[in-house]
Ligand binder design. Structure first.
Ligand SMILES: Cc1cc2nc3c(=O)[nH]c(=O)nc-3n(C[C@H](O)[C@H](O)[C@H](O)COP(=O)(O)O)c2cc1C
Length: 327
């Protein structure tokens, strides 16, 4: 009785049910390509502003670029105005993708202040209109990624989930914390189970999966159709392949195969090469450092070298430091 399965999201059938989370500032094309290499059934772009897309801002449109190697992938939109979301969704139709995801979970002040992100949970009617506008405009199936509600006193996840389904969404992704709690406390997986029982469409559970065993537990406890891994995959794409193995083997337990030091360094080098190729050296190096730092986590006796990663200015320098750690 394996827990590993394909997921039907509208007209998209994923190869498996282990998804890589959208991560702004992290989840660019390089990160997603690596996620796919390790088997992720679905990846997501960093959240892209509907306003930015509607205004054809080059930087925002850049976020929509998905290549064959990171597909199947969803474009994630954030916004608060149904008309602008509709326009943005129709512009997204020009970009190869497999899914359109609506961000109803971002708790960053700058985003919530504009009425977007998790703020859209505060007005179920408006939320319905946003989802409906995207469903009507998009050639892709639409998913929504939400939290429990704005705050402890206003948890309305079941109402919101129902509105999403009624508006024609094809999957619900739940990170079961409130917007106010940001990332504190524990993700309340019991709500994933409640949402699953109340919906016909597939439900993807997210939040605090740190090991493959956590993913098995989440699926067993909640009955969710898919799991989504975010922070734990940064510098550690092995969690994806190990989770796939753990779900496939259930109820047998399998040993988690940890990468060797050289495997980590090789993957870091690949990542570095890709980021620099896609973004150029100056921006690429600036952005890839946070990844390199995470790839090197857990390698004994290198804490000094690891911290010095943040001083690197060129790709050559980064490569030399990584090479020196090998063997
Ligand atoms: C650095 C960072 C960036 C994130 N960016 C996004 C985003 O662009 N869109 C989104 O829906 N969620 C975003 N999230 C939330 C994650 O997708 C995920 O819901 C959350 O981290 C919980 O899952 P985890 O415990 O597996 O990390 C972000 C989280 C982090 C830590």
């Amino acid at each position: 009785m394996s827990l590993l399965k394909k997921v039907q999201i509208g007209n998209l059938t994923t190869g498996n049910n282990v998804f890589l989370a959208p991560l702004a500032g992290i989840g660019d094309r390089s990160f997603r390509i690596i996620g796919r290499r390790f088997g992720a059934g679905l990846t997501f772009t960093e959240m892209a502003s509907a306003h930015g897309i509607a205004n054809r801002s080059i930087n925002t449109l850049d976020l929509l670029k998905i290549s064959k190697k990171d597909r199947p992938a969803g474009i994630q939109l954030f916004g608060s105005n149904p008309e602008i979301m509709s326009l943005a969704a129709s512009i997204c139709n020009e970009y190869p993708a497999d899914l359109l995801d609506i961000n109803g979970g971002c708790s960053v002040r700058k985003v919530m202040k504009t009425g977007a992100g998790a703020r859209i949970l505060g007005d179920p009617k408006r939320f319905y209109n946003i989802v409906k506008a995207c469903v009507d405009a998009s050639i892709y199936p639409v998913s929504v990624k939400i939290r429990l509600g704005l705050s402890e006193d206003t948890i309305n996840v079941l109402e919101i989930a129902d509105a999403a389904q009624a508006a024609g969404a094809s999957m619900l992704i739940l990170h079961p914390r409130t917007a106010r709690s940001k990332f504190s406390g524990k993700a309340r997986w019991e709500y994933i189970g409640l949402v699953k029982q109340s919906l016909k469409m597939p439900v993807c559970g997210n939040g605090d999966i740190k090991t493959p065993v956590d993913a098995v537990r989440m699926m067993r406890r909640t009955g969710c159709d898919a799991v989504m891994i975010g922070r734990a995959a940064i510098g550690n794409p092995w969690i994806i392949s190990n989770t796939i193995k753990a779900l496939a083997a259930y109820p047998e337990e399998v040993e988690t195969l940890l990468p060797t030091k050289d495997e980590r360094i090789e993957c870091a080098m690949d990542h570095l090469n890709m980021v620099v190729a896609f973004k150029g050296e100056t921006r690429g190096i600036r952005e890839v450092k946070r990844h390199l730092y995470r790839y090197l986590r857990g390698i004994p006796h290198i804490s000094g070298v690891r911290k010095s990663i943040f001083e690197i200015a060129t790709k050559d320098e980064a490569m030399k430091r990584l090479e020196a750690l090998m063997g």
